[in-house]
Design a protein around this ligand. Structure first.
Ligand code: KG4
Ligand code: ZN
Length: 337
């Protein structure tokens, strides 16, 4: 069965063809990174306009690379939530038009769950496992019992992890996208020059929660308080120390979750899982099977949408052409307390 996966929730315009939820026949990712660089962040209006301009050619290239005609598509899967609303609507409208024209079923997919499906495209993974989802908009630790079941243990009470990378990089003009720039700079830095705090949220319901707003403020506004070294500070050292704290916060919660649940399998997904320090620290977990996607499947892509769309379709889930897009998914965010 051939599923087309369409992803336009943020700044990647991506369309993939995936066979039987496993074999990636094509996965075209047209990134808008260069066009948002001068603003040091994704400009929603520019993102949706570019999706509108690019989506037809990305679709054609995806079919070409997969070696199929559009009539061979069995199911059209598309991200409908969460994301930038204007960008989501471009992909969703395209998907609806295509499904209608071809007379094929439409499946609308949750982008966050799709990030956790991405590693399944490359590995055979048994359930249950602890899912670690770390992206620009979300940070979630949960128990994944089935393809469609994530029991959220912990999440961010304020900013997402990727968001903190992006904002720190923007403030210190380290480069864009922020996560990639910090990862690179950190390799030349001293991660012990600054000792940034880890918020004490370890009680009751918040045992697995993270908070990146305080870390961001410490790094951007209060940096002198966290070192005995005199300024000027090097960006390399700031990047390395921040990255150590950001990854450390995640790893600490993940260790709690492993100890408490005794689930010794961890599956990670999302853009920040491309981070070299996070990948290294995950690989160093003892007596735990750790599965991370390859780099191209960490960041946004249509293949993970097609993969999860396939699982939903074979389990009887389809969507109507009246389906709408939604910028947020309440289940993956938490207010404080
Ligand atoms: O999953 P993703 O592509 O989009 C969302 O769903 O948000 O994640 C994008 C995020 C951005 O915040 C970006 O800075 C971060 O992933 N990122 C990284 C790295 N590569 C991308 N963060 C840390 N280290 C990286 N190497
Ligand atoms: Zn994403």
């Amino acid at each position: 069965m051939l599923v087309l996966g369409i992803e336009t929730s943020c700044d990647e315009c991506s369309i993939a063809v995936v066979e039987d939820g496993k074999t990636i026949r094509s996965n075209i990712v047209a990134t808008q990174i260069d066009l948002h660089r001068e603003f040091d962040g994704v400009v929603p209006e520019i993102a949706s306009r570019l999706h509108t301009e690019w989506i037809s050619s990305v679709f054609r290239r995806s079919l070409e690379e997969a070696g199929i005609a559009k009539e061979a598509i069995d199911v059209v899967a598309v991200t409908s939530r969460p994301g930038l609303i204007g960008s989501l609507l471009v992909g969703l409208s395209f998907a609806k038009g295509l499904a209608f024209a071809l007379g094929k079923p439409l499946v609308t997919v949750d982008h966050i769950r799709a990030h956790l499906y991405a590693p399944h495209l490359e590995h055979c993974i048994d359930y249950p496992y602890l899912g670690l989802l770390v992206s620009g908009g979300h940070t979630v630790i949960g128990i994944v019992r089935e393809y469609d079941s994530v029991e959220v243990l912990g999440t961010t009470i304020d900013d997402a992890c990727g968001e903190a990378f992006d904002k720190v990089a923007k403030h210190y003009k380290m480069g864009y996208p922020g996560g990639v720039a910090i990862d690179k700079l950190a390799k030349q830095g001293d991660d012990s020059l600054f000792s940034f705090p880890d918020p004490s949220l370890h009680k009751g319901d918040h045992r697995y929660d993270v908070s990146y707003s305080g870390l961001k403020t410490a790094v951007i506004n209060q940096i002198a308080q966290f070192t005995s070294a005199p300024p000027p500070y090097r960006n390399e050292d700031i990047a390395a120390s921040f990255q150590k704290a950001a990854v450390g916060m995640l790893m600490k919660r993940l260790r709690y979750a492993i100890e408490d649940t005794d689930i010794r399998r961890v599956v990670a997904g999302g853009g920040v899982v491309a981070n070299s320090r996070l990948r290294r620290e995950l690989s160093e977990l003892e007596d735990v099977e750790v599965i991370v996607p390859s780099m191209r499947l960490c960041t946004d892509n249509g293949a993970m949408i097609a993969g999860l769309g396939y699982m939903m379709f074979i389990n009887g889930i389809t969507s109507s052409l009246a389906e709408n897009a939604s910028s947020r998914v309440a289940a993956f965010r938490r207010g404080y307390p």
